[in-house]
Write a protein that binds this ligand. Structure first.
Ligand code: PAF
Length: 286
């Protein structure tokens, strides 16, 4: 069946086909990472819906909302090639009514780490994601692990608000040199991109260590060596469920996450580690 483009709520209702539905929420500027989400969605459902909506609510006043890449025709080709059934591409007025009052709060977890640098960002993300869940009514929704705190908060929202959707996290897709794929990579100049490689190098250096203090120190050393090309915002080693820093005696899964600016482009990246109390074996997953 040919790809249906639903430009508003009414189109979306008409496009409903019955059976299991998988949603891949995106802001467009699609790349190989999004393709991997679509493939996971395809394997899980009868109908795959990709939403393409640059959500104004999740951008701060000095962020890149107006210049965020909008590449709708190329995005449609990618969706078609991946066998997507429906692209939901609403206008902002169709998502946010002028009289709206109520939104989702991401709680304290939305104010730490990435949330400390981007106040209000996660409230905006959760509000649009909940609205997309209500409009599309998916059984499954697929999100990238690259936005690890976003994924953790969406899982939190679904649990706390009893939202009937299964959340699937997908591994980060990287360029051969380690750079995590991101729609914002297209902003990078050649020299910014060189600086940006320090993010994944730092994560690899951290992942080669076993104890939290050594993990942080090894990653920090790589970031320090990349200054001033890279302006580091944070480097944290956190519990994946709460995003609070892990202690030296912590055992279990942990996320080593970094945010930095290469030129004018803010990038984030992370790796999931398993910390053992014995500090003998450690494995990294993404
Ligand atoms: O990860 C993104 O692209 C966005 O934050 C999302 C989940 C589509 C909400 O706008």
């Amino acid at each position: 069946m040919d790809l249906i483009v639903a430009r508003n709520r009414e189109d979306l209702v008409k496009a409903r086909a019955g059976g299991e539905v998988a949603l891949v929420p995106t802001m467009g500027a699609l790349h190989e990472g999004h393709r991997s989400l679509m493939r996971l969605a395809r394997a899980r459902a009868d109908q795959v819906v990709v939403s393409i909506f640059v959500n104004p609510l999740q951008f701060g006043p000095n962020e890149d909302f107006s210049r965020y890449p909008r590449t709708f025709d190329a995005d449609l080709e990618i969706c078609r090639a991946e066998g997507v059934d429906v692209v939901f591409h609403p206008a902002a007025e169709d998502i946010y009514r002028p009289e709206r009052q109520v939104s989702v709060s991401s709680g304290e977890m939305g104010t730490i780490v990435e949330g400390a640098s981007r106040p209000g960002h996660f409230d905006g993300v959760l509000t649009v994601v909940l609205k997309l869940f209500n409009l599309v009514q998916p059984h499954v929704a697929v999100f990238g692990q690259k936005d690890a705190q976003q994924l953790a908060l969406i899982r939190r929202m679904v649990a706390d608000l009893d939202v009937p959707v299964e959340i699937v996290g997908a591994p980060t897709v990287r360029e051969p040199d380690g750079l995590a794929l991101s729609s914002r990579n297209r902003y990078l100049s050649a020299s910014d991109r060189q600086g940006a490689l320090a993010l994944s190098r730092a994560l690899r250096a951290g992942a080669a260590e076993a104890a939290p203090s050594r993990i942080r120190a090894a990653a920090q050393a790589v970031l320090d060596a990349a200054q001033p090309e890279l302006a580091v915002d944070y480097l944290v080693l956190v519990d994946p469920a709460t995003f609070t820093e892990v202690s030296e005696s912590y055992a279990g899964p942990a996320i080593l996450a970094v945010a930095a600016k290469a030129g004018n482009t803010r990038l984030i990246d992370n790796v999931t580690l398993t910390l053992n109390r014995a500090r003998g074996g450690l494995s990294s997953e993404s």
